[in-house]
Design a protein around this ligand. Structure first.
Ligand SMILES: Nc1ncnc2c1ncn2[C@@H]1O[C@H](COP(=O)(O)OP(=O)(O)OP(=O)(O)O)[C@@H](O)[C@H]1O
Ligand SMILES: [Mg+2]
Length: 219
């Protein structure tokens, strides 16, 4: 298993009341598979992804990535930079950096030498070879989202976490992104965890789950 989650609980203090968002979440994910998660707005999908991505910490329960429990780490930056790739609803590209520089940000952060062969392969694979030196402002929405996917995989992460990746795209670009995820999964064996309201995205899951009332159910 690339990921095991056991009895995960997370609540937020909302003034005097405690908001229990994740009540008891357990599941396993196999390497090279796609997990899709749906659920009503406010059900806790982003909360769950932020825990899995080490952006926040749970109240209790365990998250085990590549056989190592996250509570064994003193500092999450190593695992975050090397094992996890993030794709958000908004591409969050840095407007002052060109496309190549944006893609390489995670490599800079983790002090990794840029693998130029891999970079060239990625640009060809993503059909963005003519945009290497362009700035985000000069790209279409779909192109920006593809650049953000390249950025998510530049460090060859174990798991790619995507929160509403098509939420800001039109139908055509959403379909293109869905095909790209399927292709990346098939060609490179990349593991995905995707939270989505979009049924077309939801349907690409090998494992499909629904978050409701703080619980995660297999569909
Ligand atoms: N930092 C926070 N402090 C307090 N409450 C929070 C915090 N983050 C999220 N919440 C609350 O936790 C609940 C779950 O939010 P979350 O963003 O995980 O939902 P979601 O399923 O991703 O929703 P959406 O589909 O709208 O993106 C919501 O009620 C939200 O208001
Ligand atoms: Mg959300």
């Amino acid at each position: 298993m690339i990921l095991s989650v056991k009895n995960l609980k997370k609540s937020y203090n909302d003034g005097e009341t405690k908001l229990e968002v994740l009540k008891d979440i357990s599941f396993d994910l196999k390497k090279g598979s796609i997990l899709t998660i749906k659920g009503p707005s406010g059900s806790g999908k982003s909360t769950l992804l932020s825990l899995l991505g080490t952006l926040d910490t749970q109240d209790s329960g365990d998250i085990i990535i590549n056989d190592k429990n996250l509570d064994e780490y003193d500092d999450f930056s190593e695992i975050r930079n090397n094992h996890i790739g993030f794709i958000f609803q908004f591409h969050n590209l840095i407007s002052e950096l060109n496309v190549t520089e944006n893609v390489c940000v995670p490599a800079f952060i983790s002090n990794k030498a840029i693998d130029h062969n891999f970079l060239d392969t990625l640009f060809e694979y993503f059909q963005l070879t003519n945009k290497e030196n362009a700035f985000p402002l000069d790209l279409s929405g779909g192109e920006k989202q593809r650049v953000s996917v390249m950025r998510a995989i530049i460090n060859k992460p174990s798991i790619i976490i995507a929160d509403e990746p098509t939420g800001n795209l039109d139908e055509k670009n959403a379909l293109k992104l869905i095909d790209l995820f399927k292709k990346l999964n098939k060609d490179f064996g990349l593991t995905f965890i995707i939270a989505t309201h979009d049924n077309k995205v939801f349907d690409i899951g090998h494992q499909k789950m629904e978050l409701s009332d703080g619980k995660l159910l297999n569909l």
